[in-house]
Ligand binder design. Structure first.
Ligand code: AHR
Length: 800
């Protein structure tokens, strides 16, 4: 049964500018770059894979020796006379017996190298020969499938004992996604190879060293206002020396000839070629129409507590200043000239720079000051983004905001990965934020999952972001890309293999909000809508369980106190049962009190982490957790789980020491939580009840089209007949983009890549030039209505 309501919008009531509100965030995790967006088809092209990247890697990962028709060879990895010293490994094939040829085979990514019939591929390599008896020996290049069918081939004569670059074009005879690149040689002596590359000729926008067409097009089709890059944790997880394999992400290592770029360990457990480097990031941003937002490390690695001494911060700050010059400087400047030399004399028009990612701890904020002051002194117009840690509240979050207020940072980067229910409960999070404070850059957010339900919750949440544009300046979902065979993190916005790509329901929500963002917020008034429904304000009752990870701790003096009656129950860890559901936890018993304090003493006997108190456990993954010494033994955090999906409610820094006795207590007052360590309050937060509003909506005005854009999200399973009133506008027609008719658990996949995706239709208003019309909002739907101005439409018709 449908319900009825009225929404009124007026051009008179303009709100905040929406600016660059909705964009994307690219980080090379899940093989998003190498084996993903970056067009290179050869895996480990420079023989630089190493145990540092991943314990299973070695210099011949993805390569295999081949000996055909009686051929015999020894393959070794050498470093004595490299092509360059930053990239020192190369392969040497000693020809013992030539037979029908000896050499190497590369497996590419996923099922292999994907070729499309009739398309051309650019092969290149550096090679040299030693002790060859003939002037030049041919190296045959082929892509074969596992059955030995030749999909494409070429031949290159290689001579001389100096590194020389060789190229060939291969044309695919048929389409196959399981190709192996095969390099075979004959003759005598040895053949040395480095930087063996195969690139599709057709890259996105025909760029050399460019991006995979299909994936990059998916990014372009979002129409993002900005692109944040290159991370994420990968920016600041690393050593302090820029020349280390293991270094933090230093942009100067990522530009210039690709074969000269050093390989890098990524904290996501693989090797980054850096072939997709800063120049390519800027060009890609431009190609997809997004403003670049680079993120730089501040000489502080919170993962390993590596800290550059303040007196050695100079080169790090220079990196930031030089980057701005690289992006925006005239070609008369050192770094502007470098940009021109790389092929882009025009400035990239960079407006934003982020210092740090998810930073926690005073050392970052101490260093931030130096970056901020140096950047503002030289580039006062540059908008600087500060950081507020990985969670939506707590000590580190507040520290970030305090730093941003103190320095007048332009933006504060907030991150959170949460349950869909957290999003619905926190739609109005930013309503109380002041327009006079730095603006929020919601640099990473997602609900846990890629179902239609997740997408619906995110869409509802995004109406809240847009409606609070006085406080929220920029927002991007994370992570963006995932290769299905190399998953580090899920959910992700776009999934792909070596030849297919699909957008998740979440992708289509982002697309709707980006395509139909508008330039100004318009106020909307609602009448007749039913009252919000509180779905879950269940008290925090249920099983209590305590544990250590690993189970190497003592707990004693455990008691549960009823804060209303004063009743006290003593609990015993030694006799408690191990939890069937949660490793390391022992169940202490259930409570149905809703105002209580649980307190205990604890001591870690050995190990590196801390303790866990699980409470309010009602089964099926609905519970709370107090993590003490969580994540690398750095946090005290309160986490709420709904159906197994966690949302960190608040976090502060806390480290558990071995052999120290701690007194912990947790106070539960309805849905208000307070955690104390040795009598001091460390975490306090309310777990907001899940409230479902009858409709989530937002309206904006788009200057270029003159359209009023209404976005409405209905998370309930009933339709809503809405009368739209536009008091100062004659509506001729309404363009509708609608995502509906799906099951909440629906997902997209390679077989049905657009199962969940919006449909467009034109809705004619009954009376021409009407100021109001009605529209039936579908159950479980996301609807964008573009209200067209009747007179504008007539004017345009005449002009044409
Ligand atoms: O988006 C995945 C990761 O989540 C990012 O690298 C990091 O910033 C966050 O913890």
């Amino acid at each position: 049964m449908s319900k009825v309501g009225r929404l009124s919008v007026s051009l008179e009531h303009r709100g905040a500018k929406l600016g660059d509100l909705f964009g994307i965030f690219f980080e090379d995790l899940n093989h998003a770059a190498d084996g993903g967006l970056y067009g290179e088809l050869v895996r480990n092209r420079s023989f630089e894979f190493d145990r540092i990247d991943n314990s299973s890697y070695h210099a011949l990962t993805a390569w295999e020796k081949i000996e055909r028709g009686g051929g015999q060879a020894q393959v070794s990895i050498q470093t004595e006379a490299p092509l360059n010293t930053k990239n020192p490994h190369y392969a040497v094939i000693e020809i013992v017996a030539e037979g029908d040829g000896v050499g190497l085979m590369n497996y590419g990514y996923n099922t292999g190298i994907s070729l499309k019939q009739g398309e051309q591929y650019l092969f290149s390599m550096y090679a040299k020969r030693e002790d060859s008896k003939s002037e030049a020996e041919a190296v045959s290049i082929a892509v074969e499938n596992p059955d030995g069918v030749v999909l494409a081939e070429a031949s290159i004569a290689v001579s001389g004992n100096e590194w020389t670059r060789y190229e060939a074009i291969l044309t695919a005879k048929s389409t196959d996604h399981s190709g192996r690149l095969i390099l075979l040689t004959k003759g005598t002596g040895s053949l040395a190879l480095d930087h063996v590359s195969l690139f599709p000729k057709e890259t996105f926008k025909q760029r050399s060293n460019g991006m995979r067409q299909d994936i990059a097009s998916m990014l372009q089709e979002l129409k993002p206002k900005f692109m944040r890059f290159p991370g994420g944790c990968l920016v600041h997880d690393g050593s302090l020396n820029a020349d280390d394999r293991n270094s933090m992400y230093r942009w100067k290592n990522t530009i210039g000839p690709v074969h000269d770029r050093p390989a890098r360990r990524s904290n996501w457990g693989y090797n980054q070629t850096l072939g997709l480097g800063y120049y390519e990031y800027f060009v890609l941003s431009e190609d997809i129409g997004a403003k670049p937002i680079p993120v730089l490390p501040a000489g502080y690695d919170p993962h390993h507590k590596r800290i550059v001494p303040i007196e050695e911060l100079g080169p790090w700050i220079d990196d930031a200043l030089d980057l701005i010059e690289f992006a925006n400087g005239s070609i008369e400047t050192t770094w502007g000239a470098k940009r021109a030399e790389l092929g882009h004399p025009e400035p990239f028009g960079m407006e934003y720079i982020a210092i740090g990612n998810e930073e926690v701890g005073e050392p970052f904020f101490e260093r931030y000051t130096y970056f901020h002051n140096a950047i503002k002194a030289r580039y006062p117009e540059m908008k600087i983004i500060n950081s507020s840690g990985p969670f939506p509240a707590g000590g580190e979050y507040e520290r970030g905001w305090a730093s941003a207020r103190e320095h007048r940072s332009d933006y504060v980067d907030e991150h959170y990965y949460v349950s869909p229910e957290w999003m619905l409960a926190n739609i109005h999070r930013y309503a109380s934020f002041s327009a006079d404070d730095p603006k929020v850059f919601l640099g990473e957010y997602a609900s846990w999952g890629n179902t239609y339900y997740n997408a619906l919750a995110e869409a509802a949440y995004m109406t809240g972001l847009q409606n609070n544009a006085h406080a929220v300046g920029l927002a991007c979902y994370a992570p963006l890309l995932c290769n299905v065979d190399y998953v580090n993190w899920r959910p992700d916005l776009i999934w792909f293999n070596n030849h297919q790509v699909f957008g998740t329901p979440n992708y289509y929500v982002q697309q709707l909000f980006m395509h139909h963002q508008g330039d100004y917020l318009l106020e909307m008034k609602a009448e007749g809508l039913s009252q919000p429904i509180t779905v879950n304000e269940a008290p925090i009752t249920g099983m209590l369980a305590l544990g250590a990870n690993p189970d190497t701790a003592e707990f004693w003096d455990i008691q549960l106190e009823n804060n209303i009656t004063g009743e006290i129950i003593k609990l015993d860890y030694a006799t408690a049962q191990g939890s069937e559901t949660y490793r390391n936890l022992r169940e202490l018993g259930k409570t149905d009190w809703d105002h209580y304090t649980i307190s205990f003493k604890a001591r870690r006997l050995e190990g590196e982490k801390g303790f866990e108190l699980s409470f309010g456990d009602r089964g099926n993954g609905n519970r709370y957790l107090w993590e003490i010494g969580g994540w690398q033994n750095q946090d005290s955090a309160l986490v709420s789980f709904v159906n197994g999906r966690g949302s960190c409610l608040t976090q502060s820094l806390f480290t558990v020491e071995t052999d120290v006795v701690y007194q912990f207590s947790l106070e539960v007052t309805g849905r208000q939580l307070k955690a104390y360590i040795n009598g001091e309050l460390i975490n306090a937060e309310e777990d907001k009840p899940l409230v479902i509003e009858p409709l989530y909506y937002t309206a904006s005005y788009e200057e270029a089209s003159g359209d009023i854009i209404v976005k409405a999200v209905n998370v309930q399973n009933q339709s809503l007949e809405i009368a739209f009133d536009v008091s100062d506008r004659s509506i001729g027609s309404v363009e509708v983009y609608e995502l509906c008719g799906c099951q909440l658990e629906d997902e997209n996949d390679f077989a049905a890549p657009t199962r969940v995706s919006p449909k467009q239709k034109l809705y004619h208003v009954e009376h021409n030039a009407a100021e109001s019309f009605t529209y039936m909002i579908q159950p479980h739907s996301i609807t964008v209505l573009r209200l067209k101005d009747e007179y504008e439409a007539i004017k345009k018709a005449y002009q044409n």
